[in-house]
Design a protein around this ligand. Structure first.
Ligand code: ATP
Length: 234
């Protein structure tokens, strides 16, 4: 198992956001977390990347307990995150933003840069443009590209489709599939359950800080309860 979240509880002050979440991600998989607003999807990702402390439970990465490891060390260990709301550096160029993704790494990054530009030709076309002047979809690509620059073993994606036009959503999902095909494990949080379930191998349905169901994604696409609650119909 590459990543194991075992019975994790997280609080914001007195509010319990995660009430014993268990999620497992095997090497090579695309796993998705779906659920309504406030279910705890973003909090789960933040806890894995070290942005939120856990109150109890454990997170194992490659069998090692990383529950108390600082965030920057988790990046070095192979956990890459493209956060919700992009989080790019608006005043820096596309290329500079991408270099920031590799800042903690030693050695030559030109090969990685070339690979990101190959995955995202749009970023290559605009490599000298300031990140902040890119469109929403382009900034999303930049955020994913920057996360890839750290050569993650697992890539955490928070709502990659958020705010994008349908055609761009399709493009982003196709690229995520390609990133996975090239060997990166992916854990993706999505409100867009239909598309996330089509993309992923396995899925977890979160509800108010708990795992309601977990199953192969194709099974959940046919699950009446999931269809009614998250796929807009029967
Ligand atoms: P969304 O899709 O709306 O982003 P989510 O499933 O990602 O939802 P989280 O953002 O993880 O949900 O939130 C889980 C719970 O924790 C919610 O009840 C939310 O209000 C609460 N919460 C999240 N961030 C904070 C914070 N900084 N302070 C207090 N409560 C928070």
């Amino acid at each position: 198992m590459l990543l194991e979240i075992r019975d994790v509880h997280v609080h914001y002050g007195k509010i319990a956001a995660l009430k014993g979440i268990t999620v497992e991600v095997e090497e090579g998989e695309i796993v998705t977390l779906i659920g309504a607003n406030g279910a705890g999807k973003t909090t789960t990702l933040k806890t894995i990347s070290g942005l939120r402390p856990l109150s109890s439970g454990r997170i194992l990465f490659n069998g090692q307990d990383i529950s108390r490891m600082p965030g920057h060390k988790r990046v070095l260990a192979g956990i890459g995150q493209a956060p919700e709301g992009r989080g790019i550096f608006p005043g820096m160029t596309v290329t500079e933003n991408l270099h920031m993704g590799a800042y903690a790494r030693k050695g030559d990054v030109s090969k990685d840069l070339a690979e990101v530009f190959e995955l995202f030709p749009r970023l290559a076309e605009r490599k000298n443009q300031a990140g902040g002047t890119m469109s929403g979809g382009e900034q999303q690509m930049l955020a994913i590209g920057r996360a890839l620059m750290s050569r993650p073993k697992v890539l955490l994606l928070d709502e990659p489709s958020m705010g994008l036009a349908p055609m761009l959503i399709q493009q982003i999902f196709t690229i995520i599939e390609e990133i996975n095909r090239r060997g990166t494990t992916v854990l993706v949080v999505e409100q867009n359950a239909q598309q996330a379930l089509q993309l992923a191998h396995r899925a977890y349905v979160l509800e108010t800080g708990r795992v309601l169901k977990s199953a192969p994604a194709s099974e959940l696409l046919d699950d009446p309860e999931v269809r009614a609650a998250y796929l807009g119909g029967g």
